[in-house]
Ligand binder design. Structure first.
Ligand code: DX5
Ligand code: ZN
Length: 227
C-alpha cells in the first residue's frame, strides 16, 4: 500500500519574532504535521528550542508534532516533550549506546517513534528496529542548521531503505535542503514524507499554500508506482 505523501514544515526556518503566526499560516496552507528540531548544542553545534516553546505553540494547530531530538540524554527528554504536546520523537540511530531502549521508552510513553539516519549512517542501521518504528528520516544535510544544500549522493540510500521497508507501515522522510527542485528527486528515490524549513518558509506567508501544494504535486507526480 502506498504511503500518503506528507509535506512537513520545519519551524527552524520560521520567523521567530512571529512564531505563532508562522505556525497558523503553514497549518492553514496545508501542512500535514510539524517538524520540531530540538537541539542542545552537543549532539549538533547549535541550540534551538525545547518543551516550553512546543507547549506554547501546541494550542495553535490540531496537526501532529514530530520532534527531531538532538539532545542527550534522550531518556530525560521523553516525558517533558510528551507533556508539552509532542506526538512522535525521532532519534538518530547513533545518538547513544542503547537506541532500542530509547525507542521502547518513547513507545511506552504513548508517543510514536522514528529513526533518523545522518549522512554517515548506513541504511542497514535501521534493520533491528524496523518492527518498532513507523518513521525513518533520512537527513540529507549535516544536522544542526537549516539552509544547506540537499546531498544528492544520498538518493541511493533512500531507495535502499524503501526496499528494506517493504510492506511495513513506515513513512520514509527526507530532511534538509528539501525544496521544489529536490522533492522530485527524493520522491523518485522512494521518499513519501518531505520535511522542509527554508524550502517553505523562504517563500513568504503569501506563498505558503502555493509552495506546499506544488511540493505535494511534484511528489505525487514523481513517486514510483507502488511506493
Ligand atoms: C537540520 C534539521 C532540519 C532543518 C532543515 O538539522 O534537521 O529539519 O530544519 O532545514 P532546511 O529545510 O532549511 O534545510
Ligand atoms: Zn530535522
Amino acid at each position: 500500500m502506498a504511503r500518503p505523501i506528507q509535506i512537513i514544515p520545519s519551524i527552524l526556518a520560521a520567523d521567530y519574532t512571529r512564531l505563532g503566526d508562522e505556525v497558523t499560516s503553514v497549518d492553514g496552507a496545508g501542512a500535514d504535521r510539524f517538524h520540531l528540531d530540538v537541539m542542545d548544542g552537543h549532539v549538533v553545534k547549535n541550540l534551538s528550542f525545547g518543551p516550553d516553546v512546543i507547549r506554547a505553540i501546541r494550542p495553535l494547530t490540531q496537526k501532529p508534532f514530530e520532534v527531531h531530538l538532538m539532545a542527550t540524554p534522550a531518556i530525560d527528554w521523553i516525558q517533558p516533550l510528551k507533556a508539552a504536546g509532542s506526538d512522535r520523537i525521532l532519534i538518530h540511530v547513533g545518538l547513544e549506546a542503547n537506541v532500542s531502549a530509547i525507542v521502547q521508552a518513547i513507545l511506552d510513553s504513548g508517543m510514536q517513534a522514528g529513526l533518523v539516519l545522518t549522512p554517515d549512517d548506513d541504511a542497514e542501521c535501521v534493520m533491528p528496529l524496523l518492527d518498532l518504528i513507523d518513521y525513518i528520516n533520512v537527513l540529507t544535510v549535516i544536522p544542526g542548521f537549516g539552509g544547506q544544500a540537499f546531498m544528492t549522493s544520498l538518493l541511493p540510500k533512500i531507495t535502499e531503505l524503501r526496499s528494506m521497508i517493504g510492506e511495513r507501515p513506515i513513512d520514509l522522510a527526507v530532511d534538509g535542503g528539501v525544496n521544489m527542485a529536490t522533492v522530485p528527486l527524493a520522491a523518485k528515490a522512494g521518499a513519501n514524507a518531505f520535511i522542509a524549513g527554508t524550502g517553505i518558509y523562504s517563500a513568504g506567508a503569501s506563498r505558503y499554500a502555493e509552495t506546499i501544494n506544488a511540493m505535494r504535486m511534484l511528489a505525487n507526480a514523481n513517486r514510483p508506482i507502488g511506493v
